[in-house]
Design a binder for this molecule. Structure first.
Ligand code: SF4
Length: 282
């Protein structure tokens, strides 16, 4: 079997969908991902809190590339799709809305650089979905359960597996890329400022996209992550379980608990109260 075929079989068995429906659903999902990237790079992207303010466009248009134009594009596209989410636009939650910039940024850029057919990208996305299913069963995909490692970490793992597959890597290399990515993302807490999925979520989508690519590069060269992928996912589950509640999307710890984070939270709360209708008008 090809690596994406068990995922198709799972969808057919569990969801009762036909193979045509699955391919067309993946095609639609990839289209929405690409549209989110384009929207983030061309439309006004300021969130209601003001914390997100057209960052992707600024990165995309900055005249000096730190490494290469391709790397700059990767980072700005991951930021772009995630900014669309923070500004309440349409995205694909892959696997969650908080991590919705990572697969669009990586797959869009990979396809452009290597001039890949849509079909191989969709096969890669299916493999990413399979990787997410395994992580969901053995650990978690939710920041509220396992911290940010479960959201941006899982998305990066999905992307790195998809990249290795799309570039012709073996099954062992695909899962080694997943193992290496999880090793890099392990322990990341969920600490959204003011409880909004904006800071640090948006920039973490960019760093997770970079890690997905670095892990894929390492795995393609057959450099072992040493700890097998199943054990890495178990470790992610164990770390998530032992994480304190304040690091699980409660906005009580980490960056959310800093004095600046608290001041922003208070300001947003006041804004929200001012927006509520007066009792006599309600
Ligand atoms: S910090 Fe929390 S809310 Fe933000 S992306 Fe990570 S898991 Fe999601």
């Amino acid at each position: 079997m090809k690596l994406y075929e068990p995922v198709i079989q799972y969808e057919i068995d569990q969801k009762g969908r036909t193979e045509e429906q699955i391919w067309s659903g993946m095609g639609n999902a990839y289209q929405v991902m690409k549209e989110a990237v384009t929207a983030g790079l061309t439309e006004e992207m300021t969130s209601r809190s003001g914390m997100i303010n057209n960052g992707a466009k600024k990165v995309y248009n900055y005249p000096k590339a730190v490494l290469s134009k391709e790397f700059q594009n990767l980072i700005s596209r991951a930021l772009a799709a995630k900014e669309v989410n923070s500004c309440m636009g349409r995205i694909v939650a892959a696997p969650t809305a908080g991590a919705s910039g990572i697969l669009p940024g990586t797959m869009f850029t990979l396809q452009e650089i290597h001039e890949l057919d849509d079909r191989i990208i969709l096969e890669g996305l299916l493999i990413g979905a399979g990787i997410a299913l395994i992580i969901e069963q053995k650990a978690s995909l939710a920041g509220a359960v396992g911290g940010c490692q479960a959201e941006t970490g899982s998305a990066a793992a999905m992307a790195s597996g998809a990249i290795v597959y799309a570039l012709g890597g073996s099954i062992d290399q695909v899962f080694n890329a997943v193992a290496i990515t999880i090793q890099c993302m392990l322990g990341l807490i969920c600490d959204p400022v003011a409880g909004l999925v904006e800071v640090p979520c948006v920039v973490r989508n960019a760093s997770a996209a970079a890690i997905a690519n670095s892990s894929a590069q390492i795995a393609l060269a057959d450099v072992s992550g040493v700890i097998p992928v199943d054990e890495c996912i178990d470790a992610m589950g164990e770390v998530g379980q032992s994480m304190e509640t304040r690091y699980k999307e409660t906005a009580l710890g980490g960056l959310a608990a800093t004095s600046t984070g608290q001041a922003i939270s208070k300001k947003i709360l006041i804004q929200d109260i001012e927006m509520l209708p007066d009792e006599k008008d309600a």
